[in-house]
Design a protein around this ligand. Structure first.
Ligand SMILES: O=C(O)CCC(=O)C(=O)O
Length: 206
């Protein structure tokens, strides 16, 4: 795992190839699409549906098959080594990038509420439920920006960010401080990911 941890430290992100089978990923997406309306109903009731279009949070509460993704021993070992011990799942949601509608994750952002510096407080994961390409919305990542307390300007971001492409079933981890954005989908086929976010149990045990 040392190589993966080193890559994560230096680049801010790292990818594990072929972690999940196409069959499992398809079953999980299928279960999600069958149940998505429950989440959208709640978003509508709360008056926030227009803010979170194409995204649902805590999706595993209804879509139980998603939880099997957390049982993967390789990912478990990596997370334990990264956090130097126990960790918790903070949230785990599904997002879709389409050609027609904007998803809020396409804005430059980071997911941690405040900059935590080199303290290993928060680690984001992206589980690819679709192949992820430059054409269909692969994540823009500004390598090194895990060390930036402040949001980079749009030009600085897009001039320097790289695309984290991958195949269905791959898993990408990136530092919670990293500035990133989902790309545009120029294709006719929607792109799906699951984003589990993990957190250290304490903020100072590294
Ligand atoms: O769709 C992506 O590649 C990025 C997802 C993202 O930025 C997020 O969930 O915070």
């Amino acid at each position: 795992m040392t190589n993966y941890l080193d890559t994560l430290t230096h680049r801010g992100w790292v990818k594990f190839d072929d972690v999940f089978s196409t069959q499992l990923v398809d079953e999980i997406l299928d279960e999600y699409l069958t149940n998505e309306h429950h989440f959208v109903n709640i978003q509508n009731q709360k008056g926030i549906a227009h803010l979170v279009e194409n995204a649902t949070h805590h999706s595993f509460v209804i879509c139980r098959k998603m939880l099997t993704l957390l049982e993967n021993p390789i990912l478990g070992k990596f997370l334990t080594e990264y956090f130097n011990g126990a960790y918790i799942l903070n949230t785990m949601g599904v997002s879709r990038i389409t050609k027609v509608n904007k998803t809020y994750t396409q804005n430059i952002h980071r997911d941690i509420r405040s900059f935590s510096g080199s303290n290993k407080l928060w680690l984001n994961a992206i589980i690819l439920l679709s192949d992820s390409t430059e054409e269909n919305g692969a994540t823009w990542m500004l390598e090194g920006s895990q060390n930036f307390p402040n949001k980079p300007k749009e030009k600085e971001f897009f001039d320097n960010a790289i695309r984290a492409t991958g195949k269905k079933g791959d898993v990408i981890f990136f530092d919670g401080n990293m500035w990133h954005a989902a790309g545009k989908n120029l294709t006719e086929t929607d792109r799906y990911i699951i984003t589990p976010f993990f957190q250290n149990l304490t903020s100072n045990n590294n």
